[in-house]
Ligand binder design. Structure first.
Ligand code: URA
Length: 433
């Protein structure tokens, strides 16, 4: 086989066989195929697409390039969730203890944040002592005993995707549905889950800007999951404005605890309960959505959810005093208020800009090597549709840096106020099974 023939074949819109896809993926991973040929191949996929068989075969090639985690020593159906990435997305922090409280094993491998979206591992590490560096035995023991554990992704999971993603990032081929779907699903499947709930975000703060594109991505990923024998459901959720009222690491832990105590904002609570409900359906505990949703609401109301979170923090080595005293979480020294210039209703908050500003304040990484400031972030005091009077605080920026003008200007230009109350929005658009 010659690489150039396969590039031409895809460039002409033809279908590649399993062997041809494996040849390119393994050749690139072991260094036999150079970056320039892989870049041309990826660009051919970008323009010509792939059919479902090709996408499943690409996913399989990524999976087979590295370790596959064996969770067979954990009893029950192991359920995982994945978000396609958003701003203020702290759903994993909420659903891990919630679903575990139902006795369903949640064995979560998670990543760090890059760019305007945050990572679950970073958020949890803002809790003093919280250890995400678990060895595999402890990870499996914790899931068997407590039904939950989280760990950072191991270095050798889907190395082909890792190398290809880095190339896509610098050659303009990230936003291709076959490439995104195979990249995400390969990592989830290599992480050992039996069942996967995908939170596909759509809107200003998401990869997918239109509902049609989000549906296409969701359907593609659900098909990959099913073709590789994993129960998979995708939920399409709103990411126009940040989710909830907090963006940043410690901030988001604080807010996740509020949701688990029953005081969460409506959007955050609805999306978290929807995802947890589908996780518990795939986990075999409920058959219908309404019963799952009601039970999970009850778990929050009864105080069991926050107690399960306490257990989660304890078994991962974190300081559980933060639960009774969230002020112990890191706090920034500068807190800058951005106020409304007129009366009205919040009509628009641009999530990607808020994510970008939070990153500039220290909450995120521009480059992989950057360190983050757990205390930095943005509080969204007024959300879409809420009434404001001139002079009300709409956002509070939290930072330890002194020159925050750029972030301040971005936030000032990222929202608008209308005279009339805007129409209600949906938090959950669609479920793809
Ligand atoms: N997240 C991933 O893991 N891969 C992509 O290609 C895009 C988002």
């Amino acid at each position: 086989m010659r690489v150039v023939d396969l590039i031409n074949k895809k460039k002409d819109g033809k279908i590649l066989s399993k062997e041809e896809i494996q040849f390119i993926v393994s050749g690139y991973t072991n260094g036999h195929i150079p970056d320039y040929q892989m870049a041309a191949f990826l660009m051919a996929i970008y323009f010509k697409g792939m059919n479902r068989d090709e996408i499943s075969n690409l996913t399989l090639s990524y999976i087979e390039s590295g370790d596959i985690i064996d969770l067979s020593s954990i009893d029950g159906i192991k359920v995982d969730k994945h978000s396609s990435g958003g701003v203020g997305d702290k759903i994993s922090l909420i659903v891990i203890p919630l679903v575990a409280a139902l006795g369903i094993p949640v064995a979560k491998m998670s990543g760090r944040g890059l760019g305007h979206t945050g990572g679950t591992i970073d958020k949890l590490e803002s809790i003093e002592g919280f250890n995400t560096n678990l060895d595999m035995n402890t990870f499996i023991d914790n899931v068997n005993k407590y039904k939950m554990a989280i760990a950072g992704q191991t270095a050798n999971l889907t190395p082909a995707d890792k190398k290809t993603y880095a190339l896509r990032d610098v050659t303009g081929s990230v936003d291709s549905i076959p490439l995104i779907a195979s990249s995400i699903m390969s990592k989830k499947i290599a992480s050992g889950a039996d069942a996967i709930v995908l939170d596909v975000k759509v809107g200003a703060g998401a990869f997918m800007k239109s509902l049609d594109k989000a549906k296409e991505l969701a359907e593609t990923m659900v098909d990959i999951g099913k073709s590789l024998n994993r129960k998979t459901i995708a939920i399409i959720t709103n990411m126009n404005e940040p989710l909830g009222r907090e963006v940043g690491n410690a901030n988001e832990v604080r807010e996740a605890m509020e949701v688990l105590k029953g005081n969460g904002s409506e959007d955050e609570t609805t999306v978290a309960l929807t995802i947890a409900s589908y996780m518990s359906i795939l986990g075999g505990v409920f058959e219908d959505f309404d019963s799952a949703y009601m039970k999970l609401k009850h778990i929050i109301k009864s105080g069991k959810a926050i107690e399960k979170f306490r257990e989660f923090v304890r078994i991962q080595g974190g300081n559980t005093d933060i639960i009774g005293n969230p002020d112990m979480l890191p706090k920034a020294k500068n807190n800058i208020e951005i106020r409304a210039k007129k009366d009205g209703y919040i009509k628009f908050i641009k999530a990607d800009n808020i994510g970008l500003a939070a990153m500039l304040l220290g909450a995120g990484r521009k480059n992989k090597e950057d360190t983050i400031d757990f205390s930095a972030g943005i509080t969204v005091n007024k959300k879409y549709g809420e009434k404001v009077s001139k002079g009300d605080t709409v956002f509070v920026l939290h930072t330890n840096i002194e020159n925050y003008t750029e972030a301040e200007n971005i936030v000032k230009n990222s929202f608008s106020i209308s005279k009339v109350k805007p129409a209600a929005i949906k938090y959950v658009y669609d479920i793809i099974k």
